[in-house]
Design a protein. Structure first.
Length: 673
C-alpha cells in the first residue's frame, strides 16, 4: 500500500491581497513499541510543521505472510526489485514502477540471506541458508547454477568488474576469492579478529576493503595479502560500507553501535560521523547532500545523518516491522528496505519503497476574463507532511520570491483574479528534513486574453461564414525552458523531444530533486515503443486481455497493457516460435526497420505502391519492410542518412530515443496535420 495524506488547497484572494486562512491538519504517526535492547541513543521525535498535503511518502509491498524478507535489491535499470526471505525457498521479482510482485522462482534451499548483483546487471548471486550460492540469470529469471559451500556464515559477497571473480567475507574473518562459474576457491585468507560484516572494492578494483570489529582492513584483490589497516574512532564494528559517486568517500555504519559516517578509504581518515540510532545495520550515502541513511531494526525505522553538522535528523521513515536491509534504486533515488522483523517476535511480511522527494511542475492557467478563480496544483512524492514543508511563493520579476502566507498545501487557489495578478509568477518550494533536501518547481503564470480596442467605425452587420478551425500541430512551438535535464535548447531534436513531453507521450526517468532524464542517445526498447504508441493512439477505456498473446509477456508485467494493445491493434505480430505463442521480446532494442513497420501499420495507407527503384542505397525491392520504409521516405517521415552522394536507411541499426521522438513528431505534426 502507499502511505499518503489528504489533498489540501490554500485559498488566496485577488493576488494575495488578503489571506483567507487555512485549516491545517497534522497526520498521526504510527505508535512504535520500545525495543527490548537498551541503548544510549534516544528514539527520535518527528518534528512537526504546519502543513498538510497529499504525498506518496512510501509504499509497503506485501511479499507473503511472515516470510521475513531479508534483502531487497534493485536491478541496474531501476525497473525490477529482487527480494529474498528467511522463510520459504523463493526469489521474488517486484515491478518497481507499479510496486507489485510480478513473479517468483524457486531457490535450491530455503531462507535466502542476501543478494549481490554482477556489475553488468546480468546476474544475481543469492546466499542461501545452507551457505551455498544460487546464481540467477536476470534476463530469463531462471536459476543458472548453485555454487557449493565455501565458508560457514558468509556475511557479504561482491563481484569483480569483469565478473571473473567473486569475493566473500565470513563473520569470523574468512576471506575467499571464488570462481563464479564453478565455485572453486582460487585464493583464501584468514583475518585476525571477529565480527566481519562488510566488503567492497576501491575505485581501481585492485584492492578489497573489509570491515569488522578491528576496523577497516585493505587487501590485495589478486592474492588477498594485507596492504594496510585503519582503526576508526567511535566505531565498534563496521556493518556496511558503500560508495555513492566519489571514490574518496566510503559511507560506513556501526552494526554494534550507533554511528553512521564517511571515511577516506585510501588514508583511513574519518571525514565525518554522527550518532543516529542503535544499532545501525546498513547505510546508503549521498555525496550531493553530504548525508547518510541507515536502518535501525530495533526501532522499526529508517533514519538519516547530516554529515556536515554531525547531527542526526529527528525526521524518519517508519517501517511496518524491523528493517534488516537498506539499498537504493539507482534510477529514482528511492530507498529500498526489507522489513524482516524478528524470528522470536513480530515476523515481517513486507518490503518498502521510501520515495525520493519531488514535486511536479504546476501548469500555466488560462482565464477567459478577469474575476475568475484560478487553481495551481502540484503532485508530491517523498515529502512527509508531518515534518516536510511545501510553500507557495510569488514573484514580480521571476528572481525575488515571497512566501504566500498560509499557502502550504498542494493546491493554490487565487480567487477573483484582477489585473495585478497577471504580472505575478507562482511556484511551490519544498523541503524535507529526513532527506536533507529542498527545491522548487518551475514558475507558472495566470494568462488572460489580450484586450481588444473598440473599432472607430461601426462596420455593417455581416453574418460571418462558418469556418472549421485550422488543423495543425499541438504543443508547438517548443518551450523555452527545457523539461529534461539532459536535453538542452541547442540539442538536435530538442523541439521533437519537448513535444513528446508536452503531449504526455514521454515522462522521462525521474531523478529527484532534479529534472527527469530523457536519455536521447539510448536505444529504444520494444516495450518503450509500445508505451509511446499506446499513449498516442490507444482508446482511454482499453482493457488488456487476461490471457497474454505473447509467450514472454504476462499480465502484471511492466507495459503488459500497452504490448497487448499492440497485438490487438495488429501493430505487432511478434516473433513466431516453432510451437506455442509468439515472442514480443520487450527488453530488446527496437530496430529502425521494425519502427517503420509499426508506424506503417498504424497509419494503414490506402493504395500505396512501393517504387520500383529504391530511394535508399541500402534498401532494394523485395527486401523485408521495403514497402514500409519507402512509404516513410515518401511521406518525409524519414530523410535517411546521407552517405557520400547517396542516402541510406540503416534498417538493422538500433533506434535511438531521440530518433523515435523525431519520427512520431513528423507523423503527427506533418503527415496527419
Amino acid at each position: 500500500m502507499s502511505l499518503m495524506q489528504p489533498r489540501a488547497r490554500t485559498s488566496v484572494r485577488a493576488g494575495l491581497r488578503a489571506a483567507l486562512g487555512a485549516t491545517v491538519a497534522v497526520a498521526l504517526l504510527p505508535s512504535l513499541a520500545m525495543p527490548a535492547l537498551a541503548t544510549t541513543e534516544e528514539r527520535p521525535v518527528d518534528p512537526r510543521t504546519a502543513t498538510v498535503f497529499t504525498s506518496q511518502v512510501q509504499t509497503n509491498i506485501f511479499i507473503g505472510s511472515e516470510l521475513q524478507p531479508s534483502d531487497f535489491k534493485s536491478t541496474l535499470d531501476g525497473l525490477t526489485g529482487l527480494v529474498t526471505t528467511r522463510v520459504g525457498a523463493e526469489l521474488f521479482f517486484v515491478d518497481l514502477p507499479s510496486a507489485t510482485v510480478a513473479s517468483s522462482i524457486a531457490l535450491p534451499a530455503p531462507g535466502g540471506d542476501f543478494i549481490a548483483l554482477s556489475p553488468d546487471g546480468a546476474s544475481a548471486f543469492v546466499v542461501l541458508s545452507d551457505y551455498r550460492i544460487a546464481v540467477i540469470d536476470l534476463a530469463t529469471r531462471t536459476l543458472r547454477a548453485t555454487l557449493p559451500l565455501v565458508m560457514p556464515n558468509p556475511h557479504r559477497l561482491i563481484i569483480s568488474a569483469d565478473s571473473s571473480a567473486l569475493y566473500m567475507i565470513g563473520l569470523s574473518g574468512e576471506v575467499a576469492k571464488v570462481d563464479p562459474a564453478t565455485g572453486e576457491v582460487l585464493v583464501s585468507a584468514q583475518l585476525a579478529g571477529i565480527n566481519y560484516h562488510s566488503i567492497n572494492f576501491t575505485a581501481a578494483g585492485t584492492e578489497l576493503i573489509v570491515g569488522g570489529q578491528e576496523g577497516m582492513v585493505v587487501l590485495s584483490s589478486t592474492d588477498l595479502s594485507l596492504i594496510r589497516s585503519h582503526k576508526l574512532a567511535g566505531f565498534h564494528s563496521l556493518g556496511d560500507m558503500v560508495f555513492d559517486a566519489d571514490p574518496e568517500r566510503l559511507y560506513i555504519s556501526d552494526s554494534s553501535g550507533s554511528r553512521l559516517g564517511v571515511v577516506n578509504p585510501t588514508t583511513g581518515e574519518l571525514i565525518a560521523s554522527s550518532t543516529v540510532g542503535s544499532p545501525m545495520a546498513r547505510v546508503v550515502g549521498s555525496d550531493a547532500r553530504n548525508r547518510a541513511y541507515g536502518n535501525v531494526p530495533y526501532w522499526d525505522m529508517i533514519m538519516s545523518a547530516d554529515l556536515a553538522t554531525g547531527k542526526r535528523s529527528e525526521a524518519y521513515r517508519a517501517t511496518p516491522t524491523a528493517p534488516f536491509s537498506l539499498g537504493t534504486n539507482p534510477a529514482t533515488g528511492d530507498l529500498l528496505s526489507a522489513n524482516g522483523g524478528w524470528s522470536n517476535g513480530v515476523k515481517g511480511s513486507t518490503v518498502s519503497i521510501i520515495h525520493a522527494p519531488a514535486v511536479t511542475d504546476p501548469s500555466d492557467v488560462n482565464i477567459a476574463e478577469l474575476g475568475e478563480d484560478v487553481v495551481f496544483t502540484t503532485e508530491v512524492t517523498g515529502i512527509k507532511p508531518s515534518s516536510g514543508k511545501l510553500q507557495w511563493q510569488s514573484s514580480e520579476n521571476g528572481t525575488d520570491w515571497t512566501d504566500i502566507e498560509g499557502a502550504t498545501g498542494d493546491e493554490l487557489l487565487v480567487e477573483q483574479t484582477i489585473e495585478s495578478d497577471l504580472v505575478l509568477s507562482y511556484r511551490v518550494s519544498w523541503s524535507d528534513p529526513f532527506w536533507g533536501a529542498s527545491g522548487s518547481s518551475a514558475a507558472v503564470r495566470i494568462i488572460a486574453p489580450a484586450p481588444v480596442d473598440p473599432p472607430t467605425v461601426t462596420p455593417p452587420t455581416v453574418e460571418p461564414p462558418v469556418v472549421d478551425p485550422p488543423k495543425g500541430p499541438v504543443c508547438t512551438p517548443a518551450r523555452k525552458s527545457p523539461v529534461f535535464a539532459d536535453v538542452a535548447l541547442t540539442q538536435k531534436f530538442y523541439t521533437e523531444i519537448d513535444w513528446m513531453h508536452c503531449m504526455k507521450l514521454s515522462t522521462g526517468t525521474r531523478q529527484p530533486p532534479a529534472k527527469p532524464l530523457y536519455k536521447p542517445m539510448d536505444n529504444l526498447s520494444r516495450e518503450a515503443m509500445a508505451a509511446f504508441m499506446f499513449r498516442l493512439e490507444a482508446p482511454k477505456n482499453y482493457t488488456a486481455p487476461k490471457v497474454s498473446p505473447f509467450a514472454d509477456v504476462k499480465p502484471g508485467d511492466a507495459f503488459y497493457t500497452q504490448i497487448a494493445w499492440m497485438w490487438e491493434a495488429k501493430l505487432s505480430t511478434g516473433t513466431a516460435q516453432a510451437s506455442g505463442k509468439p515472442l514480443f521480446k520487450p527488453k530488446e532494442s527496437l530496430s529502425r526497420e521494425a519502427m517503420a513497420a509499426f508506424i506503417y501499420r498504424l497509419e494503414s495507407p490506402k493504395k500505396y505502391t512501393a517504387p520500383k527503384v529504391s530511394p535508399m542505397a541500402d534498401m532494394k525491392p523485395g527486401m523485408k519492410f521495403y514497402k514500409e520504409i519507402s512509404w516513410m521516405y515518401s511521406e518525409k517521415l524519414t530523410t535517411g542518412n546521407k552517405v557520400g552522394n547517396t542516402k541510406e536507411f540503416w534498417p538493422k541499426n538500433k533506434l535511438s530515443r531521440e530518433a523515435m521522438a523525431a519520427f512520431i513528431y513528423r507523423l503527427v505534426t506533418d503527415y496527419r496535420a
